[in-house]
Design a protein around this ligand. Structure first.
Ligand SMILES: CC(C)(COP(=O)(O)OP(=O)(O)OC[C@H]1O[C@@H](n2cnc3c(N)ncnc32)[C@H](O)[C@@H]1OP(=O)(O)O)[C@@H](O)C(=O)NCCC(=O)NCCS
Length: 168
């Protein structure tokens, strides 16, 4: 599989360059060891678990690595709900299944740029919205996603607050 490494945002003096690439058998070792801070460990699964899950759940799920200036910095799992094998009434949405930025790289704008790429990917796929959910206690994630235009739906799914960003 060819690895796409097109920059998702132009580098500026203050913003590091972020690239997003599919995770394959050739590059997974660069991303699997990345970790969030210990206090954030209940907010997102370990990357090895995310990689196992995305491969076990079939073609609706895809894993991506996030790099900054070429250095592995995070992981993203997306779920194209239109291909969900377990739902008869499939949502027209791209679901952000996992997003993590390595503890050492947080707070530099990488998550924000990665999410801008996700929104572009949602537009490219033609879905009605981008959706996600976060652990209720993860208030930082809530503020982070709200600042990107996501809004709470009021729904609680498996103990997590659901947010949507309409694209149409
Ligand atoms: C949530 C997460 C992906 C954000 O990525 P990030 O690269 O740290 O975020 P950014 O640097 O792009 O910051 C985006 C905004 O959040 C703010 N922010 C970043 N870290 C913050 C922190 N620890 N506390 C409060 N605000 C913070 C930034 O100031 C920025 O705000 P601005 O746009 O007004 O300047 C990252 O913190 C993370 O991996 N957290 C642990 C796992 C997690 O919670 N994942 C989400 C599960 S739903």
């Amino acid at each position: 599989m060819r690895i796409s490494s097109a920059p998702v945002a132009a580098a500026t003096q203050t913003q590091p360059t972020v690239t997003v690439e599919p995770i394959t058998c050739e590059n997974y070792e660069a991303f699997v060891h990345l970790r969030v801070a210990p206090a954030q460990s209940t907010y997102v699964a370990d990357n090895w678990k995310s990689l196992a899950q995305v491969n076990l759940h079939g073609p609706a799920g895809k894993a991506f690595g996030i790099r900054t200036d070429g250095t592995p910095a995070g992981m993203l799992l997306l779920w194209d709900a239109r291909m969900d094998p377990d739902e008869a009434d499939r949502a027209d949405e791209l679901y952000v299944w996992r997003l993590m930025i390595d503890a050492a790289q947080q707070g530099r704008g990488l998550g924000k740029q990665a999410m801008a790429w996700v929104v572009e990917e949602g537009r490219r796929l033609g879905v009605e919205r981008v959706a996600l959910s976060h652990v209720i206690a993860n208030e930082h994630a809530g503020r982070f996603y709200r600042s990107l235009g996501f809004a709470y739906t009021g729904e609680i799914d498996d103990g997590e607050r659901v947010m949507h960003l309409p694209l149409k």
